[in-house]
Write a protein that binds this ligand. Structure first.
Ligand SMILES: C[S@@+](CC[C@H](N)C(=O)[O-])C[C@H]1O[C@@H](n2cnc3c(N)ncnc32)[C@H](O)[C@@H]1O
Ligand code: SF4
Length: 372
């Protein structure tokens, strides 16, 4: 039996649906929705065991758990009680585990936090997005600056380990001249150990499409932020992730190292990686049951390269052999000359911010020059 030691749980509700968000979620209007969700989750936890067993895998004691959403902080105390009874009663947390929950400002109280700490939560991911009220409004966020500062002050006063989510490329930011560095300066005063920084992705019918900044502006903003966070002691260890030394997200690293991560919750997707194959499964959005996809050897290889390349130091030159290795070394020389490589130590590749920015075109180079 292969032991799987990471679990993702998706909580699919928010108090308000932000107009840019594509994650699976519904508006929470009545308590019954959560009751029904918990019923589905119980079934999924049972079905997950069978699914893993069919693949000769089992959830062993857990090294990482990540509760994402939606807005899992809305699950409140009952969520902690549910998991205590239905998950953690049978499954232990390993020493040195990481247990993260996503929290939106204004959706949590200190007494609820305490309940989650009791069941082993030791890391919080906070959806700040912008630390400027003008952009919170443009972004259609429900939370206020006051709610954000209240939550951050609390996390600081308790000396909790937490990450801040920020978004770049915001509508009107080029015209209004968003001062992202001063937002970061203000946030650092609250002592986060980690930042996740995402460039806003939008669909065609996005309400503010006409006032999005230019590509050049976004590229410069991203590189400025990467450099600025580095100057403040937050090392970039993935396209969107920056941490103080020793505070990288262990759970996210599992994805980038292409390790197995089980998943439960509406629409959540898990991955089981075997020696030469992998299975991705996704729970239905409503009701139990999931779809399964067996990854072919070549799609497995491509996904692995992509995941490893986006995280600093995870892709080694020796991952390739023969002609492919030779072709890859040629690409590395070109990428180096273009300033895309930050470090190359013992064959481990670490991209520079300029490289992360063009990650898709680096993958195109790989498709063109290597036979995968
Ligand atoms: C799925 S959300 C859940 C967290 C929480 N509900 C919140 O909104 O703060 C996780 C993160 O994804 C990012 N995100 C959501 N929609 C995005 C988009 N369209 N483009 C880029 N990042 C996005 C935000 O930074 C958000 O904090
Ligand atoms: S609160 Fe978070 S998950 Fe919910 S709609 Fe907004 S960005 Fe998406």
């Amino acid at each position: 039996m292969q032991q799987v030691s990471s679990l993702y749980i998706h909580f699919p509700f928010c108090r308000h649906l932000c107009n840019y968000c594509d994650f699976f979620k519904n508006k929470l209007t009545e308590g019954q929705q959560v009751v029904d969700f918990e019923k589905r989750l119980k079934v999924q936890l049972d079905e997950n065991k069978i699914l893993l067993k069919d693949q000769e895998c089992e959830l062993s004691s857990l090294e990482t758990i990540y509760i994402g959403g939606g807005t899992p902080s809305l699950w409140s105390e009952r969520g902690a009680e549910f998991l205590e009874k239905n998950l953690l009663a049978n499954l232990k947390l390993k020493d040195g585990h990481e247990f993260t929950i996503e929290v939106d400002p204004g959706t949590w109280t200190p007494s609820e936090v305490k309940k989650w700490l009791k069941i082993g939560v030791n890391r919080f991911s906070i959806g700040i997005q912008s630390f400027d009220s003008k952009f919170l409004k443009i972004l259609d966020r429900e939370h206020t600056m006051e709610e954000a500062t209240d939550l951050l002050s609390y996390l600081k006063s308790e000396d909790f380990n937490y990450s801040v989510d920020l978004m770049l490329g915001l509508p009107d930011s080029e015209v209004i001249k968003r001062n992202i560095k001063s937002e970061i300066d203000e946030l650092i005063k609250y002592n986060p150990s980690h930042f996740s920084v995402y460039i806003l992705k939008t669909r065609k019918n996005y309400a503010h499409s006409s006032i999005l900044p230019s590509e050049e502006y976004i590229a410069k903003e991203y590189i400025d932020v990467c450099n600025y966070l580095a100057s403040k002691g937050f090392e970039q260890y993935e396209v969107s992730n920056f941490s103080k030394p020793g505070y990288e997200s262990k759970h996210n690293k599992k994805y980038w190292q292409y390790n197995s991560v089980a998943a439960v919750g509406d629409n959540a997707s898990g991955l089981l990686v075997k020696q030469d194959s992998a299975i991705r499964y996704q729970w239905k959005s409503v009701g139990a049951g999931c779809s399964k996809e067996v990854l072919t050897e070549s799609s497995l290889l491509i996904e692995m390269i992509y995941m490893k390349l986006r995280a600093g130091g995870m892709l080694n030159i020796d991952f390739f052999q023969g002609d492919n290795k030779h072709a890859f070394e040629g690409l590395l020389d070109r990428w180096k000359s273009l300033g895309y490589i930050k470090k190359l130590v013992d064959g481990d590749i670490c991209l520079a911010a300029e490289g992360y920015l063009v990650l898709d075109s680096l993958m195109d180079d790989i498709f063109r020059d290597l036979s995968l």
